[in-house]
Design a protein around this ligand. Sequence first.
Ligand code: ATP
Ligand code: ZN
Ligand code: MG
Length: 510
Amino acid sequence: MKYNLVGKIIFNKDITPNKEKVIEFIKQAENDILKKITDLEEINFTSEYKIENKNSIQVIICTKKKSAHIIFYRIRKSLAEYLGKNLHIGISSLEIKFLKIVFPLEKLPQEDISIPFVNVIEFDKNEKTCAIELEKIDKNFITKGNVERIIKRIREKIDHSYYEGKKEYHKVLYESPKKNIKIDIDPTIEMVNRNWIAPASTKGKWIYWAPATNIFNAMEKIVLEELLIPLGFNEMKNSNIVSGEEIWLKTGHLEGMPMEIYYVAEPKTRNTKEWEYFIDLVKITQEIPYDEFKKMVQLEPLKGLAYAQCPSIYWALKGKTITDDSFPILLFERTTNSFRYESGGRHGIERVDEFHRIEVVFIGEPNDLLDLQKRFMEKYKKIFNEILEIEWRMASVTPFYMQQAGDIFKEDIEEGQLGTVDYEAWLPYRGSREETEWLEFQNFSIIGEKYIKAFNLKNQKNKLIWSGCTGIGLERWVAVFLAQHGFNIEDWPDKFKKYLDKMPKELKFF
Ligand code: ATP
Ligand code: ZN
Ligand code: MG
């Protein structure tokens, strides 16, 4: 890493009568900082100070390894002391006019890279380095660590260009026995034809009439009676709307999937008088006056509909010190729907913009969670093989090296224990089991300390705490079941039918 900085120290009065003294004090302040650096020889520090005008000094700092911008701002405190005590001069501000950083890369970019705040970005193919130039950056920008995150983002973009188009990691951990399936019906089309479901008023969402709801209810009963009640989970209810600042900045959703979120706008005011013009326009034109509407709603602070249920649960535990006897925390939530703007990917009830999911969350000591994982696996296996009787498989989608990375946990981790395992099923209407993409109908994740740290969950004895969740997508359970078993209820597995209430009458239309 090489740094070149051009900065400016601005004083609250004319320094020209004391200019030599001022520069001497800057050198002293600089030494106070450098004294604390252990590998001083390696950082190759040089500096130059020049009177710029009567109340400012230009600073040029060059370093290797240690950040010039951080050293520059650290000078302020002791310099202020020296100047105040000896010359009664105060510092108004420190500004960085120009900062150039050259940093090493593991890989060279395969395409042009653009990045905010950076005026110039250049790559040296022989040296395998990147040089960036920034101008006019303020203290806040530096102290928040934005410069370091610019470098991180550039490396991330380069890495990303190598992964793009490559197949995701997918290691099959279990395959169910093969089923002799003779059906190839797209369940959505059949359900629409039978008036079990109908498109909702906005894209990618469905109205589930009584027959479809009856099947959803059977799935929920299975999940509760075969899985969650025996494993000791308790039901809770979540809020539907999620705060950007409080939740999605911490979970990374605004970095990872801002293009999939359904955003929510609040009215700017509840005052009827202020809405009068809007109401008049609606009454007279019977149309929505969008120009006026935009004036009446607010997008800040950012809010949206739940993308997943679990982040809000962690948020509600934020900063709390949880007592020992509260662990393991075993909760599930099924009243909040999840919303995702799937756009061109939408299909039937399998990939919708609003889905019903039972989200199961567990927080506890690593050993307890790994134990729980085994019990989930057994129970899921029983449900899919003996009750739903479907053809399915389980695959680890987190590379093994990532499962072990950065964890202080001593026990040996087996493939598929940390990270995410997807549960997938064959949809015969898509084609042969070998040639088509199977549908992920649920997953199971243990994510270590990720959310514990993000939301600062503490515990009485300062033990290592992990968390995880398993998201049971009801649309996808139903889609898989109907795609493999068809619509002839007599043919459905007996064990499943035990959970199914009498099918309600279908609506008929002329
Ligand atoms: P996919 O790769 O299919 O988009 P995902 O990785 O985005 O799925 P997760 O965020 O892991 O899904 O969500 C967990 C579960 O939620 C999935 O296993 C699935 O059951 C359900 N799910 C996710 N997205 C949808 C959707 N658009 N429609 C219906 N169910 C969904
Ligand atoms: Zn979750
Ligand atoms: Mg998705």
